[in-house]
Design a protein around this ligand. Sequence first.
Ligand code: UD1
Ligand code: CA
Length: 449
Amino acid sequence: MNARTCLSVILAAGEGTRMKSALPKVLHPVGGLPMVAHVVRAALAAGAGDVALIVGNGAEAVGGAAKAHASGAESFVQTERRGTAHAALSAREAMARGYDDIVFLCGDAPLIAPEAIDGLRKELTGGADVAVLGFRPPDPTGYGRLIERDGVLLAIREEKDCTDEERKNGFCNSGVIAVAGACALPLLDTVGNSNAKGEFYLTDIVEIAHARGLSTHAIEGTYENALGINNRVELAAAEAMWQARKRRQMMLAGVTLIAPETVFFSWDTAIAADTVVEPNVWFGPGVTVAEGVRIHSFSHFEKAVIGAGSEIGPFARLRPGADLRKGVKVGNFCEVKKSVVEDGAKINHLSYVGDATIGAKANLGAGTITCNYDGFSKFHTEIGAGAFIGSNSSLVAPVTIGADAYVASGSVITEDVPDGGLAFGRARQSTKEGRGLELRARLAAAKKK
Ligand code: UD1
Ligand code: CA
């Protein structure tokens, strides 16, 4: 870990009008996490002790998303949008505290890797005063160009201010810039706005630094690191890259993905080794899967825990609070919500289990439903260890089925069943011999009339 102190300044005051959204741009999620939170996490992972967030539109919500990952993150409001240097200067107070390194990041570039930030900080450690992360995009249109001579970075020129010759250069500014802490404010305070857009450009600090005899360098990073999101097409592209990265991590960590491109993860999805995920599975935020689990196709999970050796799906839905212990089976077309399912219990077909506790090795037959909601309140169902619930039973909560109890198929259970008890909650069947044929004859005659 880098021993130097570091402040990360995250520019996130953009309006993002091209997203055509009521949500501030930097709050749009990638991998289920707001973009700005990805940037905050990368900054922390690269050793930023402090985070200063420049906010505008939706200031409170944006600050909240950052604080969820860096409780000490400070927000600074940029009231007028006058350019990236102007935005950075909103955090003057923080920058004046005297950091060794100050790293500027963009809140709308969620794929930035901690290693890339760390690479820039290493340049500062090595004596650079300003270090810029460059990249070579497939199409450089719209990006600032890095103007170099003999390995020295002379300036960053915004596309609109470039000469035709400069514009041909494909080495671009990612927007990630690290500055020796003592230089940051003196450089930013010198930036003017005589350019095509009349804005105060953070990128101008390079030319100013060079003119002052300070040392300025660019290092090259990947396109991913730099990808900035301005519209929902780019958002989808970032999501695709993020998912590809996560799938690769999962597979290298011992998870089998049979068709990786069809499995979608969230930022915090945790899966242990030797779990197999079949095609077309969705992991929403907050899902943890232990080792040796088999997840069959077309399953959908959010805020759920799956214990070791369990078998889930196909077509299973685990909703928030589903807590499956070891060796549990949840089969096709079953939904589990806010319920603990103890070791070895089976919910194999067409069931809804909500607000329940299912004891170890209990067996819920096809079509078992916990009736947990009366339209106003939710009620709990308790099923003891080893209980057997016959198919197509409705358990009307609040209700308790004892350990090793037996519920007959088709029951509507409204009263508790004691341990080892047998409950029938259905009308008794009556059978009339020959009456089936009589009935058919009568119905056929009636139809002819
Ligand atoms: C910026 C860089 C460009 C680089 C590109 C990489 C400048 C002048 N240009 O251009 O060299 O190639 O990023 O994606 O820095 N922001 C504010 N307040 C402002 C203006 C911007 O907070 O007044 C924030 C935006 O929300 C955004 C970031 O700063 O997160 C970059 O601003 P943006 O307008 O997107 O700059 P680009 O034109 O993309
Ligand atoms: Ca941008």
